[in-house]
Write a protein that binds this ligand. Sequence first.
Ligand SMILES: NC(=O)c1ccc[n+]([C@@H]2O[C@H](COP(=O)([O-])OP(=O)(O)OC[C@H]3O[C@@H](n4cnc5c(N)ncnc54)[C@H](OP(=O)(O)O)[C@@H]3O)[C@@H](O)[C@H]2O)c1
Length: 261
Amino acid sequence: MRRLFPVTDMTAHETEAGADREWSFDELADAYAYPELPGGEGAWLRANMVSSLDGAGQHDGRSQPLSSETDMRIFGTLRALADVVVVGAETVRLEGYRPARAREAFAARRAAAGQGPAPVIAVVSASLELDFSLPLFTEPLVPTLILTGAAAPAERVRAAREAGAEVLVAGDGAGVEPVRAKAVLAERGLRRQLTEGGPRLLGQFVAAEVLDELCLTVSPTMTAGDAQRIAGGPPVAVPTRFAVASLLERDGFLFTRYRRI
Ligand SMILES: NC(=O)c1ccc[n+]([C@@H]2O[C@H](COP(=O)([O-])OP(=O)(O)OC[C@H]3O[C@@H](n4cnc5c(N)ncnc54)[C@H](OP(=O)(O)O)[C@@H]3O)[C@@H](O)[C@H]2O)c1
């Protein structure tokens, strides 16, 4: 792994010392630490997404073909730093989402941060058309959350609860309101928030201006076709500006981190 930005005195040293090697989980966790929240209040919502050079956020319905071993290590690290992973229902359905694992490499760090052994997964869904017999609902270390609107179908809410999921209302109608989703999770002490998409969910977080940070892996691939980009839905009135926070490289993959300004 090479750090391309920010450039520090260490950068030259790292390169000389043969730092173009896989970073340890500790090094990755330090590089991706969440910022301190003022007064421990509010929440920080970060997204982790991968895109091909020509802007595809998936290939054959999955993001895995765009990914790499290092990308998966960063994916795991970002999960391990988070209190909660927020994900859209379609990504759960298409990617066969499993509950987050407790990972030995991060156990001490999580304990010191007052976190449980693994992040909570929070699925955003209006329909609750989810397979509640999946391990995501039956075998998590911490009960999976479902974020939905007040008008969610009652029998699906019942099925979710019977399966062991906890259903949280974060919207007055059928859908979840992004601002409320972030606040509802923060009220439960889930302040270090990570979203793994998909594009329809991420687009709403962008439009509602609740996305604080984007960790975008630029995959050195092109796919052509008409795959979704990493954020979809109605466009914002004025493009939201982000500033680069860090840039790492390994095997031609760029691991970028941008913060909203
Ligand atoms: N490139 C990447 O890094 C990346 C990351 C993740 C996913 N993906 C890819 O993206 C694709 C899936 O993404 P997607 O954009 O189609 O779907 P998505 O955002 O994962 O999920 C959309 C679903 O989430 C629920 N939802 C979204 N907004 C909601 C709201 N405000 N209130 C209530 N429910 C809401 C709805 O579920 P219900 O239908 O249940 O109501 C909706 O159908 C997959 O192919 C996946 O591989 C790529």
